[in-house]
Design a protein around this ligand. Structure first.
Ligand SMILES: Cc1cc2nc3c(=O)[nH]c(=O)nc-3n(C[C@H](O)[C@H](O)[C@H](O)COP(=O)(O)OP(=O)(O)OC[C@H]3O[C@@H](n4cnc5c(N)ncnc54)[C@H](O)[C@@H]3O)c2cc1C
Length: 387
């Protein structure tokens, strides 16, 4: 039987963390699983700052070989030289080499029995005929397809699903730096629609970058000028913010960035990507067992991920929209207003990179912030976040 005529139980487009997780779980359950990856290897080019919470790193199920550094807190820097610093004094997140992490995840999938086809770029799908077209001219039939093909998902486009609400562009460089390697720095005023970051790799090097939808190269050049520029590694990439209006249909499931799952409060997408992959694999396994690839069967996938992190992403999007309305004076006032021992303790205790809604709710109830956001008002804060 030729590869063209053989229909795998499940085909996964994309060998990032989401695709490799789904491939590992499907293959481990005995499904014939094929991963189509456009590049000739896994993990490169890297399009990530590599900051993963403890939970996100654990979700990836890899060894510590990709780990560069651990961090225990953060410093949110205002524009007048003052900062909000909170430090839990225990590891809260890992700084990793994403190329290496992705590679290890793909090896695990291959060892479970998934077949990887490299240099296989999917250009189009025909959902009516259930056929994948590739740049190499191959037509691959599918019965169940998982779209793990990142922010510009060809699979989502083939299903006519509109893109995410915001498409952010990110730029990052690795630079010489001196500072506390246990603290991540955030600079909201360097990137007015989001924030700029400094993520320490060691006591002497850090990844610094930012993202936004407008003037990103100019903002980045300005931010980079604060550092000694002897960049040996730079990264650019796209972060889709806002869940797509549909994440399944016509025998397909969308996972990770392809579904618009990055967290709007941080841009991080590995945690939700891997968790969505687990739900997609679970539904794919049951769907193959039942021989049912109907929309009504596949809709279980959406129920599962929504119950897990849907509310967090919805609230995160509201928080991002709120942040987009703040100017640098608002940010500086907020840094001052939050800088009390009680609030810092609250942030240290309840801060969770992956599930920030609990902390956001607690902060929204702090009376000292109401003066800061006087122009928006207490009702405005509540309506923005919880309305
Ligand atoms: C500058 C920047 C910094 C970031 N920092 C962080 C961070 O610190 N922490 C964090 O958690 N997240 C971060 N992210 C987001 C994170 O990188 C993504 O959310 C994550 O990679 C999503 O995983 P994925 O498997 O869904 O998609 P991807 O990792 O994008 O993988 C998609 C795969 O599909 C392949 N592919 C795409 N199209 C096709 C096609 N047509 N045919 C075949 N193969 C295809 C690609 O080659 C790729 O291998 C950052 C993103 C950017 C841009």
């Amino acid at each position: 039987m030729t590869k063209e005529s053989y229909v795998s139980d499940v085909i996964i487009v994309g060998g990032g963390p989401a695709g490799s997780t789904a491939a590992h779980l499907c293959a481990k359950a005995g499904l014939s699983t094929r991963v189509l990856e456009e590049h000739s290897s896994i993990g490169y080019p890297v399009q990530c700052a590599g900051l993963l919470s403890n939970n996100a790193f654990a979700e990836c199920g890899v060894s510590d070989k990709s780990m560069y550094n651990t961090v225990s807190g953060a410093k949110i820097c205002g524009s007048k030289g003052h900062a909000l610093t909170f430090d839990a004094k225990i590891t809260k997140a890992y700084v990793v080499d994403r190329g290496r992490l992705d590679y290890e995840m793909a090896v695990r999938a291959a060892e479970s029995g998934a077949e990887f086809s490299f240099k296989t770029c999917v250009t189009k799908i025909n959902p009516a005929k259930k056929i994948i077209h590739t740049a190499g001219g191959e037509d691959i039939p599918y019965s169940l397809l998982i779209g793990a093909d990142g922010p510009r998902s060809v699979i989502a486009r083939g299903l006519l699903i509109p893109p995410s609400r915001f498409i952010y562009s990110g730029i990052q460089a690795e630079v010489p730096w001196e500072g506390d390697p246990s603290l991540v720095e955030l600079h909201p005023n360097a990137a007015p629609e989001f924030f700029a970051w400094v993520i320490p790799l060691s006591e002497s090097r850090a990844r610094m970058g930012l993202c936004g939808t407008k003037n990103v190269p100019d903002l980045f050049a300005k931010f980079l000028s604060r550092f000694k520029d002897s960049t040996v590694h730079s990264v650019t990439g796209t972060i889709p913010i806002g869940i797509r209006t549909r994440t399944f249909g016509s025998g397909c499931l969308l996972i990770g960035d392809a579904a618009g799952f990055p967290k709007p409060t941080s841009g991080g997408g590995v945690f939700t990507g891997v968790r969505s992959a687990r739900y997609a694999a679970q539904v794919a396994i049951h769907s193959v067992e039942a021989g049912d690839m109907t929309d009504s069967f596949l809709s279980r996938y959406e129920t599962l991920w929504r119950a897990d992190f849907g509310r967090e992403l919805d609230m995160g999007l509201k928080a991002l929209q709120f942040r987009r309305n703040l100017d640098s004076r608002d940010i500086d006032s907020a840094v001052d207003a939050l800088n009390t021992p009680e609030t810092l303790d609250l942030i240290t205790r309840y801060g969770d990179m992956d599930r920030p809604s609990d902390l956001l709710k607690r902060l929204a109830m702090k009376p000292e912030l109401y003066g800061t956001f006087g122009k928006i008002g207490v009702k405005g804060i509540f309506r923005s976040l919880f309305g």
